[in-house]
Design a protein around this ligand. Structure first.
Ligand code: GDP
Ligand code: MG
Length: 163
């Protein structure tokens, strides 16, 4: 039995970029344009000698706002059901959005450990900007850059320790 780690969050926060860094084979497709339909992607990864399955959620359908939100909710519910740990990804460029708050609300009901990963923290100034995400109410708080890899070591250390 292999532990499952799911990455959830609204579109364009960098879930697939992070996923692609961690898995050996590049299966997920990174979209420059938001709202393109994609399936869930599964990959295998390991950290500190511990193997785990990683799920990149991103099957978001372009269409009405309702369908869009409902699909994100569905992915979050699936993650709560099947994952052993959840990475809740947000990003510092746009700050806290309404969609982030909706996802946070669902995740707060979960008994699974939730790791808040504030992505796109590519430099020191962004580190300061990121503190606003404490308002989402998750004590497992990490700042990362999926582009340059910074911060992901601390996040992964704590995730595999929880598995
Ligand atoms: P997803 O929709 O959550 O899967 O997001 P993607 O992985 O497709 O990334 C959306 C956009 O954000 C792409 O243009 C990425 O290159 C960009 N991106 C992802 N991670 C970072 C990061 O750490 N820093 C910056 N500056 N951009 C990033
Ligand atoms: Mg994606």
């Amino acid at each position: 039995f292999m532990s499952i780690v799911a990455i959830v969050g609204r579109p364009n926060v960098g879930k697939s970029t992070f996923f692609n860094r961690l898995i050996q084979r590049r299966e997920a497709i990174v979209d420059a344009v938001s709202g393109v339909t994609r399936d869930r992607h599964y990959g295998k990864s390991d950290w500190n000698g511990k193997e785990f399955s990683l799920i990149d959620t991103g099957g978001y359908v372009k269409g009405s706002e309702d369908v869009f939100e409902a699909e994100i909710d569905r992915q979050v519910e699936l993650a709560i059901d099947e994952a052993d740990a959840i990475i809740f990804m947000v990003e510092v460029e746009s700050g806290v959005t309404g969609m982030d708050e909706d996802v946070a609300k669902l995740l707060r009901k979960s008994s699974k450990p939730v790791f808040l990963a504030v992505n796109k923290v590519d430099n020191g100034q962004r580190e300061k900007d990121a503190v606003e995400f404490y308002s989402l109410g998750f004590e497992r708080y990490y700042t990362i850059s999926s582009i340059n890899g910074s911060g992901s070591g601390d996040l992964l250390d704590d995730i595999v320790a929880s598995l």
